[in-house]
Structures are given as structure tokens and as C-alpha cells.
Design a protein around this ligand. Structure first.
Ligand code: NOJ
Ligand code: CA
Length: 608
């Protein structure tokens, strides 16, 4: 759905504080969109959190797959980059049918990533370096190799073991058709029939095997969240990781746990990633909860219970010790997304409306304004994000034609991004993002300007969507390529053996960390400056106002810290360079032209 037009009248009504402050420049600050937090705001309201994709960040034992000892060894890089925390995608025991989002044991580490001792060592080292650690919790489904699912298969229809999952009789005359028409997010039907014989499975009425629901891969059976045992188990898993010292969890598919009663039919394709083409209203403009498997009201009581578990883990209530939850919830509209971050639920929810915004000034202004307005309504920070392990990296995504359909992955035959334009825009987008109040997530390698790889050989692809779409959607492997650390080392320094589970494309070499560190104007140095200046000027806890006086194709705000210091954030999407307001240039995403800000460039100016 296209973000709603931002209506300043509504903001004024909401905050009761529409002010026009004259500025010494041609630009006037007006319309308070969001008030600043106090100086003692809890860490997660403004933290910058770096996503480590463990398979692809650093490989300690040289087998070609990243691991926890690799992560631990590279942690000083994150301290030097200037982030506050890291979130790691799953490293638990898993057959890796969906790169670890198919968990077979939530309380242990997959041998590919190491051991629990390695996890403890990683947590201890992060603490030493002043970095907080967020883990990934996957509650919508387990692996089919989880002991609960194996027990369910063995126990047969009607058993308490099967009731932990969503087993149903088939439809059609012989029960040989899926129970309903739901489709998997990874394509194909969302149901898998259990083979009769193999598990001695006999449905009394049909004599045919039952079906189980899998909204993702058939190796990811959905749990039944109506079952109290499931609820108790996940509270216990959360406690397990909190006791090991983690600072919180990112919650996978947080909008999927509860399904509408009766599992009513739903014809639409299931997409997590809204790929509307920006051309008016599409089917995807229905609110997410129109679909019986997403955003059902019943999910919220689960998160209220989890919030209580987190609060038990911080008995003194010291905000510096807050443990947090971040929702991965592809929920529209934003009014419904912020239900996940009400005061007694989660702390953060990824702002995917920002990530998917078309590259126009109007769309960006609208989504930023609306996000702040809606989050303020529930007292939550806004959680900005541009890239993760599920979407085309923004250095490539923003190089696709503006407003075009966004493909799921890139290959040699589909649309090709303009990489120069993409990188320029990506640097500008991040410069805008890190100037905004709230929390922000970065995805590993974006600080190097890494593009998506369109060069993964098809026979090395691993994303289940590639197989389930009958090789029509390339999927997400291209954003999961091993990290580029050193231009002249084996596998670009990912390890010392040169093995890599996915090949690094040629452009990664000159983008490696050692090619950028200390190099003026490099993307890595841009990120370091942004992160340091954001901290220095308290931008994460600042208030935000519109900055008037620019043409429509310029996005311009003032971030005003609680001590009154003001930083202008200006992003020019128009063809002509624009004059910046008077003041001290803090940082720019690209070179200025005769002192003016050119197209697809953003800058921060400390106002006098
Ligand atoms: C969202 C995760 O980010 C994605 O990688 C995964 O495939 C699905 N959830 C299913 O767990
Ligand atoms: Ca390894």
C-alpha cells in the first residue's frame, strides 16, 4: 500500500504544538513532527544496531560458512564503526533448510556455527567492547527436525503431540487436496501431506495422511499458538537466552503466530515484502489483517506475556539494563504496526514502509511524518531500516527505476540496477536515516556500499523460494554473500582458506574494508562519520520539524536535541543543486557542487 499523504493538520492537532521558528537562513523551521526524548532516554530508543548474518560475516574455521568464533574475532570492527549493538540472525541447531530460520533446537548452537561455549565467549567479548547483543527468536514455526514435530508425526492424528502444530484432514473426496487454499510465502501451497506408511499415519475417516500448515517451507511447520504448551515453551526459551546475557530478541514473523479461527480461505499470494509498483492502489493495499494468517489481534497477548518475562529480567527497572524485543512484522498500515510497540508489548518494530518507500521526496516525507506520528501515539521510537537479509541491498535496490516493481532477488536475465545511481542514493538514504530520531538497523556490508550480487550461479542458490517458485524467483541469496574484509586475502578475508558458501562478485574486492578504512569519502568513512556525529549531536533522541523554504523535491528537516542544538537534514532529489542553510556542514553523502547540494545527495548542517 502506498504510504498515506502526510497531513500536517493532523500533526498539529496531535501534538498541540505547531510552531514556526524563524531561522537566520532562507529556510524556516516549522511544524514540530516529533518532540525530543530526554537526555536519559532508554538505550533502545535511539540505538544503532548492526545485523550480523552469521553464515556470511566471518568464518573462523575456514569451512566456507561464517561462525561464532569468526564473529567474536571481528567484534572490534563494530566498536570502531560506532554502533551500539548487534543482532545476529539464527545460529541454533538447524538443518538449514531456510538458512537457520528452521530451528531444530532453540537452546543449542548448530555445529556449523560452533557451540554454546562459543556463544558465551561471543557475548562476553561483546560486553567487554560495550556492544549489546540481540538474538533472533523464531516462534512461528520450528524445523520439521525439531523433536516436537518428530513426536507429532510418530503420535498420529488427534494426539496432544500433533496439537502443537496445525494438522488438518485434507479436502476433496479422498482427502488428497490441501485443507484450504492458503499459499506459502515461498510459493506453492502452504500445506504438506504426511506420507502414509512412512509415519504410520492413518486418518480414521479418510485413511490418508493429514496435512500440516507451513506458511514458509515444508521443512518449517507452523506451530499452534492456541496451545498453552507452545506459549510456555517460548517464554522458557526467552528466559534461557536472557539468562545467558543477551539484551533482547528480534522476533521473526511476529505478525504470523495466530491464525483466524476456522482457517478461512484466502486467495491472494502471500508476500512478506510488499512489491507494489507504486502505481495507485493494488491488491496489496488491503490492511495486512484482511488475510487470515497475518496480524490477527490475538498475537498481542503473546507479546504482553513476553514483555513481562523481559521485565522480570530487569528487576530494578534500570533503563540501561532494559531487555528488548523488536518485531519483524510486515504489517500495513502503520497505524496497525504500532500496536506491536504499545507500552506493554515490544519495544521496536522494523519500519518496512520506510524501507519500501519509492525514491521520491513526497513519499519519503510522507512515510517519515506518518511513522513519527503513529509511533508517538503509542510512545514508541521509530525503528528505521534500509536493508536486511531478505531484501535486495539498498545500494542496488535504489538503482532500479523509481516506482518500478521490486523483484525478489536479481539474476543475469531480469532488470539490472544502475549501480552508480544506486550507491549514490544509498549513501544519501542512510545519511537521511541516521539523522532521524529513533533507532536504526544496519545490515552487514551496507557500510561498504556492497551491491546485491546478481552473479550467484543458479546451481549454488540455496533460498527455498528459488526451488518452490520453479526457478522463476531468484530470491535472497544475492544479499547474503560473504563479507568483504581484505582485498588481497583468500575469500576477501572472510576466512584464510578461500572457501565461501556463495561466491563474492568482482566489485566486492575494491569495496573491502581495508580498501575503505581511513579513505576520505569512502562509504565506510561516511558511515563512521554519520555514527559519530549522530552520537555527538544526540540526533537519535532529537525532536524533528519540517524545514520550509525548499522546493517539493527536497526532503528537509531540523533535528533539535533536548539541549536546543539544531541540525538540518537535507536530501535533494531534484535535478538542480540546492543551497544549504547557513551553518557548519557536518557531513554530506557526496561532493557539493560550488557549495550546493546536488541531486541524490544528503547533508547535515549544524545550524547557528
Ligand atoms: C523472516 C526471515 O527474516 C526470513 O529470512 C525467513 O525466511 C522467514 N522469516 C521465515 O522464518
Ligand atoms: Ca565456519
Amino acid at each position: 500500500m502506498r504510504p498515506k499523504r502526510f497531513d500536517p493538520g493532523r500533526v498539529g492537532h496531535h501534538t498541540g504544538a505547531v510552531t514556526t521558528i524563524s531561522s537566520p537562513t532562507n529556510a524556516a523551521q516549522s511544524l514540530l513532527l516529533h518532540s525530543p526524548d530526554g537526555p536519559d532516554a532508554a538505550w533502545w530508543r535511539h540505538a544503532v544496531i548492526y545485523q550480523v548474518y552469521p553464515r556470511s560475516w566471518a568464518d573462523g574455521n575456514g569451512d566456507g560458512i561464517g561462525d561464532l568464533p569468526g564473529v567474536t574475532a571481528r567484534l572490534p570492527y563494530l566498536r570502531d564503526l560506532g554502533v551500539d549493538a548487534l543482532w545476529l540472525s539464527p545460529f541454533y541447531t538447524s538443518p538449514q533448510a531456510d538458512a537457520g530460520y528452521d530451528v531444530a533446537d532453540y537452546r543449542d548452537i548448530d555445529p556449523v556455527f560452533g557451540t554454546l561455549r562459543d556463544a558465551d565467549a561471543m557475548l562476553a567479548r561483546a560486553k567487554e567492547l560495550g556492544l549489546r547483543v540481540i538474538v533472533d527468536l523464531v516462534p512461528n514455526h520450528t524445523s520439521d527436525e525439531h523433536e516436537w514435530f518428530q513426536a507429532a508425526l510418530a503420535a498420529g492424528p488427534g494426539s496432544p503431540e500433533r496439537d502443537r502444530y496445525i494438522f488438518r484432514k485434507g479436502s476433496g473426496q479422498d482427502g488428497n487436496e490441501p485443507p484450504n487454499n492458503w499459499k506459502s510465502v515461498f510459493r506453492g501451497p502452504a500445506w504438506t501431506q504426511v506420507e502414509v506408511g512412512e509415519t504410520d499415519d492413518q486418518d480414521a475417516a479418510t485413511k490418508l495422511g493429514q496435512w500440516y500448515l507451513n506458511l514458509f517451507d515444508s521443512k518449517q511447520p507452523d506451530l499452534n499458538w492456541e496451545n498453552p504448551e507452545v506459549r510456555a515453551e517460548f517464554e522458557s526459551i526467552l528466559r534461557f537466552w536472557l539468562e545467558r546475557g543477551v539484551d533482547g530478541a528480534r522476533v521473526d514473523v511476529a505478525h504470523g503466530l495466530v491464525k483466524r479461527k476456522g482457517l478461512p480461505a484466502w486467495d491472494e499470494d502471500n508476500v512478506m515484502i510488499d512489491d507494489h509498483d507504486g502505481e495507485g492502489e493494488t491488491k496489496a493495499s488491503l490492511p495486512t489483517n484482511a488475510a487470515p494468517m497475518w496480524d490477527q489481534d490475538g498475537v498481542h497477548e503473546i507479546y504482553r506475556a513476553w514483555r513481562r518475562v523481559l521485565e522480570e529480567a530487569n528487576p530494578t527497572g534500570d533503563p540501561a539494563q532494559d531487555k528488548i524485543l523488536c518485531a519483524e512484522a510486515w504489517v500495513e498500515p502503520i497505524e496497525r504496526l504500532v500496536d506491536y510497540t504499545r507500552p506493554d508489548e515490544m519495544h521496536q518494530a522494523f519500519n518496512f514502509a520506510f524501507l519500501t518507500s519509492p525514491w521520491t521526496a513526497t513519499d519519503l516525507r510522507d512515510v517519515i511524518g506518518e511513522s513519527l506520528l503513529e509511533n508517538d501515539r503509542v510512545g514508541a521510537p521509530t525503528t528505521w531500516v534500509m536493508s536486511n537479509h531478505d531484501v535486495i541491498r539498498h545500494a542496488s535496490r535504489l538503482g532500479l527505476p523509481v516506482g518500478s516493481h521490486r523483484p525478489n532477488g536479481l539474476g543475469p536475465d531480469g532488470p539490472q540496477p544502475d549501480l552508480e545511481v544506486g550507491l549514490r542514493r544509498a549513501r544519501a538514504a542512510t545519511t537521511l536515516m541516521l539523522g532521524l530520531p529513533g533507532s536504526a538497523y544496519l545490515y552487514q556490508g551496507e557500510e561498504l556500499g556492497l551491491p546485491e550480487s546478481a552473479e550467484v550461479p543458479d546451481d549454488m542458490r540455496q533460498d527455498p523460494v528459488w526451488f518452490r517458485s520453479n526457478h522463476t524467483e531468484r530470491g535472497r541469496d544475492g544479499c547474503r554473500i560473504p563479507m568483504a574484509w581484505e582485498a588481497d586475502a583468500p575469500a576477501l578475508g572472510f576466512n584464510t582458506t578461500g572457501e565461501a558458501w556463495l561466491p563474492q562478485p568482482a566489485p566486492y574486492r575494491e569495496l573491502a574494508v581495508d580498501q575503505q578504512v581511513g579513505v576520505e569519502g569512502s562509504t565506510l568513512e561516511l558511515y563512521r562519520t554519520l555514527l559519530a556525529s549522530r552520537r555527538e549531536h544526540d540526533l537519535g533522541t532529537g525532536g524533528l520539524s519540517a524545514l520550509e523554504g525548499f522546493d517539493d523535491d527536497v526532503v528537509a528537516f531540523v533535528n533539535e536535541a533536548h539541549d536546543g542544538a539544531r541540525v538540518a537534514l537535507v536530501l535533494n532529489l531534484g535535478a538542480e543543486p540546492v543551497a544549504l542553510p547557513d551553518g557548519e556542514l557536518v557531513v554530506a553523502s557526496g561532493d557539493l557542487v560550488a557549495g550546493a547540494l546536488p541531486c541524490d545527495t544528503a547533508a547535515w548542517v549544524l545550524l547557528p
